[in-house]
Design a protein around this ligand. Structure first.
Ligand SMILES: Cc1cc2nc3c(=O)[nH]c(=O)nc-3n(C[C@H](O)[C@H](O)[C@H](O)COP(=O)(O)O)c2cc1C
Length: 198
């Protein structure tokens, strides 16, 4: 296998905020680790620390260890806070409505919000896996604003046409769709047209 130095790896910023769906963020980090040409830069909000504890068997520190580099939410001087630090873009998975609102307003008082602000100002790929149910008019307006700014709004919606039989199938399908935005292949992601209907 061709040796790839750290210098020419593609950088992907991953934010996790306090919406339900911490297992999605964890699974996504594990899948990107299977792609040595990618380097992950992770920031986890205080809200996400809580959902990780509530929804998974992981400690926040263990999740941070899944990334190539992880930052404190308070570290607003970190590399990912600057547009000069080249990345391919950012995924926020899961993304709370509070974080959606913070991004819309440009209210960058933590590193996750600042990294998202940078991604927008540098016109890079921003994928927001926003989750709340039901969605209020405030949530919908904020998500529309982000979409108009060029972000991809990708709530973790259930898909049935791939005939999921487990939570893992459901997670893998949405992660396949998220990582498609960056050209990262997910094993077992079943695309329409490639699914046997027999
Ligand atoms: C178990 C749990 C599940 C939650 N689920 C959601 C959710 O699905 N969507 C959401 O917007 N907020 C949810 N919240 C509330 C957010 O965590 C809370 O608003 C927090 O302040 C968000 O801050 P952050 O965006 O900085 O992480 C949840 C909280 C807990 C403890």
């Amino acid at each position: 296998m061709e040796y790839m130095t750290k210098v020419n790896r593609k950088r992907l910023v991953i934010g996790m905020s306090g919406a339900s769906g911490a297992p999605l963020g964890i699974e996504l980090l594990k899948i990107v680790r299977e792609h040595p040409e990618w380097e992950t830069h992770l920031v986890i909000s205080k809200g996400a620390e809580e959902t990780i504890i509530q929804e998974t068997a992981y400690e926040p520190r263990e999740v941070m260890n899944l990334a190539d580099k992880a930052y404190s939410i308070k570290d607003i001087g970190a590399s990912i806070a600057s547009g000069t630090f080249k990345t391919e873009g950012m995924i926020i998975v899961p993304c709370s409505m509070k974080t959606v609102a913070g991004i819309v307003c440009g209210y960058s008082d933590n590193l996750l919000l600042r990294a998202a602000d940078v991604t927008i100002k540098e016109r890079r790929n921003l994928v927001i896996v926003a989750r709340e149910c039901p969605l209020s008019t405030i949530h919908l307006r904020n998500m529309l604003s982000l979409s108009e700014l060029g972000a991809t709004i990708m709530p973790p919606m259930i898909t049935y046409y791939n005939k999921p039989t487990s939570m893992e199938d459901l997670n893998r399908h949405i992660i396949g769709k998220i990582l498609d935005r960056f050209g990262i292949q997910v094993n077992g992601f079943r695309r329409w047209g490639e699914i046997s209907t027999g």
